[in-house]
Design a protein around this ligand. Structure first.
Ligand SMILES: Cc1cc2nc3c(=O)[nH]c(=O)nc-3n(C[C@H](O)[C@H](O)[C@H](O)COP(=O)(O)OP(=O)(O)OC[C@H]3O[C@@H](n4cnc5c(N)ncnc54)[C@H](O)[C@@H]3O)c2cc1C
Length: 598
């Protein structure tokens, strides 16, 4: 039996973006948050390093400097009007979080303490600046808990462990979502005036990733399957310091406090590549340098990893801490408690005495659902908007991060654009009526889920997932070529064909993770295909997209955003159709594209 609900506004996702939007929308509208995870388990809770804002609590800083760093970090693909909103509003958003009760670290005189982070500089690239506000290395955890408590206070309704499988989108009007209640397996139709998607990233398409198992991009895939465009999907960030082989993240905060990279010859190699920012160059740059060192045979023992060295005596020797001062083990243990613990537990090393093996790990989707500055989802590469559909956070592409995001700029994106989106959502609900639901709104997606449940084919989801992750990691990661991407695309398409023959073991209704994880795999396959198609098409190197066959940035032909859509013939299966690409110009206001130097 299908259950029905009605709310003014629905928010899909209970991470930082979803909760910030809910908090602001709930002041004026009846809001429900739907989440496949219990809210405080959302990935935002794992964010370690901090949240950027030019508060200037530690040293001189200005939002214009933050804006410049973000645009430069994004390799000039960011829309500069959006970056201006973000870096200006960041200051006020941090104060708002503080007033909600977020326990930031403090300076001795009681102000919010800040630290250095990759790519953030003073005076337009002159030297690293302390801009990241933080709660030790548990900043995301504190943000998530604070927002959740405030949502409870604001009486937001939560549907926890409801898995959204489809958008009810007809004639360019969003009318709600369809979700599976995970406990009972029942289908639920949620009717609403407006929906805001805040479902986070989809790094699980790669084998080595910092992303939680849940980051599979299902609502993004649902929107794509319903004909909406995805923007700049070729840009996927690899963070330079994943724990070797596991991909678990060791925050850049470690380098902000003075940690350095060391190659197999004991050399601090980033000095060679980035003489000013050194180990605090942007992430795309550091990840590429690590690969280049490995390729040149200078990995540790000739293998595919390098060291992250946070030993107090190394930091003192290299004068790599802020101000070149000496640091103590006690100080590092206080500022980086969780990541030091992770190094000990997951890698079995003693980071105060030994360097830690690291390799780049798939971390962040710069691409996603295109939105304007108020969170309205775009319906095409022109100025078209979808009525009643919003997006914010990592699943959205505003685009502030352009071709490469700076560390600590995601959390600030969540709160700034979550807030803007939440306010716009409430305003939209005030002015709109409910658009009628189509007959049998859950019909198509129920049929697809039943097809997966009843399938008797010979394929296993685990095998397909592993093959997809391996080929995406080997062929579509830090360095790419036409041959590599084409091979990956063929493989992903083969896997999509085989996906039609997956058989699951659990045919039951209650908490059927076998079914839902298989469904997630289908979503990842669609997003992997869009990623590969967009990457193959962009014949230049920019930010996180590095083509060995086109090593230069090409502003004449490629200073533009990619929009990928699927053209599904009416009546065809939800996942079928041919892909089409179109382009949207980049908004350039204050900063003309220049060569990036760190
Ligand atoms: C290990 C790690 C450390 C990081 N550190 C930092 C940092 O220090 N600073 C920084 O700025 N950024 C950091 N980032 C990036 C940043 O944390 C994320 O980009 C950000 O938290 C994403 O927030 P979000 O609100 O968009 O989504 P998330 O927090 O990922 O939440 C997604 C929500 O969507 C829900 N959802 C997803 N699919 C469905 C579905 N089908 N049905 C229903 N609900 C669904 C989930 O239940 C969840 O509630 C880090 C990321 C990682 C992985």
């Amino acid at each position: 039996m299908t259950q029905h609900h009605q709310f003014d506004a629905l928010i899909v996702g209970a991470g930082g973006a979803g909760l910030m939007a809910a908090l602001h929308a709930a002041k004026h509208a009846k809001v429900a948050v739907i989440s496949k995870l219990y809210p405080t388990r959302s990935h935002t809770g794992t964010a370690q390093g901090g949240i950027a804002a030019a508060l200037a609590n530690m040293e001189e800083d200005h939002w214009e400097w933050h804006m410049y760093d973000t645009v430069k970090g994004g390799d000039y693909l960011s829309d500069q009007d959006s970056v201006e909103f973000m870096t200006r509003d960041a200051i006020d958003a941090i104060i708002e979080l503080e007033h909600m009760g977020l326990p930031f670290d403090r300076t001795p005189d009681g102000r919010i303490e800040q630290r250095r982070f990759g790519g953030h500089s003073a005076n337009y690239g002159e030297r690293p600046v302390m801009r990241s506000c933080k709660s030790a290395d548990r900043t995301g955890h504190m943000i998530l808990q604070t927002l959740f408590q405030n949502c409870v206070k604001q009486q937001v309704t939560f549907f926890d462990e409801y898995f959204v499988v489809d958008l009810i989108l007809r004639d360019n009007v969003c009318r709600g979502v369809v979700a599976v209640h995970m406990d009972s397996g029942e289908m639920h139709v949620f009717h609403a005036k407006a929906v805001l998607l805040a479902s986070g990233g989809f790094g699980r398409m790669f084998s080595v990733t910092s992303n939680a198992h849940s980051l599979t991009g299902d609502p993004v895939a649902a929107a794509f399957r319903r004909g909406l465009p995805l923007e700049d999907m070729e840009f996927f960030q690899f963070h330079p310091t994943g724990i070797y082989r596991m991909g678990i993240l060791l925050s850049e905060a470690a380098r902000g406090e003075g940690g350095v990279f060391i190659n197999g010859q004991g050399e601090r190699f980033m000095e060679r590549y980035a003489p000013t920012m050194k180990d605090l160059a942007s992430r795309d740059v550091c990840s590429r340098c690590i690969y280049l060192e490995i390729k040149a045979g200078r990995g540790i023992n000739g293998k595919d990893y390098v060291y992250l060295d946070i030993r107090p005596e190394s930091i003192t020797k290299y004068k790599s801490a802020p101000g070149g001062r000496a640091v103590t083990a006690h100080e590092l243990e206080t500022k980086l408690p969780d990541i030091i613990e992770m190094m000990r537990v997951y890698q079995g090393v003693e980071p105060m005495k030994e360097p830690v093996p690291v390799q780049p790990t798939a971390h962040y989707a710069m691409g996603g659902l295109p939105t304007n500055n108020d969170g309205f989802v775009r319906s095409n590469a022109g100025d078209g908007l979808v009525t009643g559909l919003f997006a914010a956070g990592e699943c959205a592409c505003v685009s502030v991060h352009g071709a490469n995001r700076l560390g600590t700029n995601s959390l600030v994106d969540l709160v700034v654009f979550g807030r803007r989106g939440g306010k716009a959502l409430a305003e939209f609900c005030k002015q709109s009526d409910f658009a009628p639901l189509p007959a049998d709104a859950a019909g198509e997606i129920t049929a697809e889920l039943e097809r997966i449940r009843a399938n008797t084919g010979q394929e296993k989801a685990a095998t397909l997932r592993q093959e997809m992750q391996a080929v995406m990691m080997d062929n579509v990661s830090v360095f790419r070529t036409e041959a590599l991407i084409s091979a990956a695309l063929d493989k992903v398409r083969e896997l999509k064909g085989r996906f039609q023959h997956v058989q699951i073991d659990d045919k039951g209704r209650r908490f059927n993770t076998d079914l839902l994880e298989t469904f997630e795999l289908g979503c990842l396959l669609d997003l992997a295909e869009v990623t590969a198609v967009s990457a193959l098409n962009r014949t230049e190197s920019r930010g996180a997209h590095s083509r060995e066959d086109f090593p230069k940035r090409d502003d004449v032909n490629w200073l533009k955003h990619t929009f990928a859509t699927i053209d599904r013939p009416s009546g065809a299966a939800l996942t079928a159709g041919a892909m089409a690409l179109s382009y949207r110009p980049v908004v350039v206001t204050k900063f003309q594209p220049q060569e990036r130097k760190y």
